[in-house]
Design a protein. Structure first.
Length: 280
């Protein structure tokens, strides 16, 4: 088929960079957003005709609307929107500042919601398209010391699952990508950590410190392979609602979901006890 045009947020590192690199090498067009163009200078130099680099802070909602409108106006059609920009914030809930809480919500949750909302009328008018939301298996499984990250990922998954049903009649597909641990800057360089309190030493909330230490073993996920599977998903019809990437992540998620279902099944009598009796 003809080469596609993609709009991807947060392409300076991690999955965003790897997606962009692979797409450009196969001849697709990419509009990629960054906060610092110097981080993608190599892509700009190698692909001056097919890579458009734009500055965007996804916490700036008017800037999101402006970028999306400008991009569709310039290219006429954008086939795939990838909401990728985001970061991890570690620490017990009590250790986080109000500013840290507000910023991760604005970046990971509100920014993703507004990107999708901005793109919808354009995708509808062009007769369809695909949206990919980068989540995490942390959108299904929660661990201590990562409460606000989980809040954003559980939240964006609920938003996307609802919107996917709203826009399916317009030939717009939404896929939620749930990667497990991968060898990207997300875990080993860009992760943000709260000011840790001595009261939580030895607490499960600080278990993440071992995970962030590469000397304890690297994450199993290969970002190159993961990016390739994400790109391939665009050819699948209908769009898969969720894609779990990583065998460890899949095993942990299934285990947690099975435990959750078992807990609900034990509540059958409790749930029924709150209904009006039959016939009333």
């Amino acid at each position: 088929m003809n080469n596609r045009t993609w709009l991807i947020t947060g392409v300076s590192s991690g999955f965003g960079y790897e997606l962009t690199r692979q797409l450009l090498e196969k001849g697709d067009n990419v509009i990629g957003t960054v906060r610092d163009k110097s981080k993608v200078k190599d892509l700009m130099e190698r692909h001056p005709e097919t890579f458009t680099c734009e500055i965007l802070d996804v916490t700036d909602v008017p800037a999101i609307h402006q970028l999306v409108d400008h991009s569709f106006g310039k290219f006429g059609r954008i086939d795939v929107i990838v909401s990728n920009a985001g970061y991890g914030l570690f620490g017990a809930a009590e250790e986080l500042t109000d500013e840290q809480v507000n910023h991760i919500l604005a970046t990971n949750l509100t920014g993703s919601i507004q990107l999708i909302r901005s793109a919808l009328p354009h995708l509808r008018n062009q007769g369809g398209g695909r949206m990919i939301q980068l989540s995490s298996y942390g959108g299904q499984v929660a661990f201590p010391g990562n409460s606000m990250y989980h809040a954003t990922k559980f939240g964006i998954e609920g938003f996307c699952e609802s919107v996917a049903q709203e826009v399916a009649p317009f030939n717009i597909g939404i896929t939620i990508v749930e990667p497990g641990g991968a060898r990207t800057e997300f875990r080993y360089e860009s992760a943000r950590v709260a000011n840790l309190m001595p009261e939580y030493e030895g607490n499960p909330a600080h278990g993440f410190l071992s995970m962030l230490d590469a000397s304890n073993g690297l994450a199993p996920g290969d970002p190159v392979r993961m990016a390739a599977r994400i790109i391939e998903s665009v050819d699948k019809e209908p769009a898969p609602l969720r894609m779990m990437l990583g065998s460890q992540a899949l095993t942990n998620t299934i285990s947690r979901l099975e435990a959750r279902i078992a807990d609900y099944e034990r509540q059958t009598e409790l749930a029924a006890s709150t209904d009006f009796p039959a016939g009333e």
